[in-house]
Design a protein around this ligand. Structure first.
Ligand code: ADP
Ligand code: MG
Ligand code: MG
Length: 319
């Protein structure tokens, strides 16, 4: 147990949010939660109104001018989505909405319906105009979904705010997106962040990652899913098929400086799978990752930015 730590929690963006500080500062905690709410209000597609919803509602009709923050995040999402072979696609909205995974009324849609939605998920048909900061979805029915990166982006916004407030050590956990400042006092090895056992209880860990001033983002198929006919239908989609990504992975964790990068790369690495993912990471000195597979392996990239302590020895650890 970390000494002298003050924890503050809330439920925002449909997720449990946890802030850890080293002095008792409920005012600061309130400001952080307020900041998160404000950011969520820009990006959400789970409510009738937000800047992103205005873009979606004008699909096929007209461009919508947005705030600088929204334009910037959409520009990043666009660039990642149109890069060749990318498993990340921020125009996946119609598919996400049709499956409703994690929401009431989820079901496996008929194959022809999924096929009919795929033409609406073409990121090349998003027109970004830098001059007036406007976004236009060229076809009616297109929908932007920033669910794969909003939490990471907001975690970085919170980190910047805390830094600006002169806070030397802190941790923010946005429903599995962890961003940190410094290391806890008297714990030079850094923050300890649990890696969950897939489909296990909340307190069951495969191991613990230790980091200092880094972000740790995990995307797992066990986060939001439903089971039908012995299959697990989860919330990370293959944009090329419109079905949940189906490979050897149960989760991918990315350790990076920016939580935005962590959030992007969990999706990209999910699409690559273990072998291609490890090869990719070999050329990325700023990124590390931990893959957890269906055949009970925990596979770490050569760890430059974290240490891993295994807890569950029924799983095989390899580097
Ligand atoms: P979590 O919701 O657990 O943080 P992710 O960061 O992986 O997990 O984001 C998952 C969300 O991203 C989905 O709920 C959906 O809104 C969106 N999404 C699903 N598949 C893709 C994809 N291939 N590319 C971009 N966004 C996706
Ligand atoms: Mg996420
Ligand atoms: Mg993500």
């Amino acid at each position: 147990m970390t000494e002298g730590v003050y924890s503050y929690s809330a439920v925002l963006m449909g997720s449990p949010i946890l802030l850890k500080l080293f002095d008792d500062n409920p005012t600061l905690a309130r400001q952080v939660f307020q900041l998160i709410k404000q950011q969520e209000n820009l990006f959400t597609v789970n409510r009738a109104e937000s800047e992103v919803m205005s873009i979606n509602q004008a699909a096929g009709r007209h461009a919508v001018r947005v705030s600088e923050a929204v334009f910037r995040l959409i520009s990043v999402a666009h660039a990642v989505s149109v890069s060749p072979g990318s498993a990340f696609n921020f125009t996946i909205g119609p598919v996400v909405k049709r499956w409703k995974i994690g929401f009431q009324g989820h079901a496996v849609p008929p194959a022809d319906e999924i096929a009919a939605l795929l033409p609406l998920t073409d990121a090349h048909q998003v027109i970004l105009n830098e001059e007036d900061r406007s976004v236009f979805l060229q076809q009616p029915g297109m929908e932007i979904d920033l669910g794969a990166i909003a939490k990471g982006y907001i975690a970085d916004v919170v980190q910047a705010f805390l830094r600006q407030q002169g806070v030397p050590q802190a941790l923010i956990n946005l429903g599995g997106n962890v961003q940190t400042l410094g290391a806890p006092p008297h714990e030079p090895q850094g923050w300890s962040i649990g890696l969950k056992k897939p489909f296990g209880r909340e307190d069951e860990l495969l191991g613990v990652l230790q980091v200092q001033g880094k972000s740790v983002v995990t995307s797992g198929i066990y986060e939001r899913y439903f089971e039908l006919d012995g299959k697990c239908w989860h919330h990370i989609f293959d944009p090329h098929t419109g079905y949940p990504l189906d490979n050897e992975l149960l989760s991918v964790t990315v350790i990076s400086d920016r939580s935005l990068d962590g959030d992007i790369y969990t999706t990209l690495l999910y699409g690559m799978g273990v072998e291609q993912g490890l090869a990719y990471l070999a050329d990325q000195p700023d990124l590390d990752a931990v893959f957890v597979t269906r055949d009970r392996q925990i596979i770490c990239s050569s760890p430059r930015h974290f240490q891993f302590q295994q807890r569950d020895f029924a799983w095989q650890l390899r580097y």
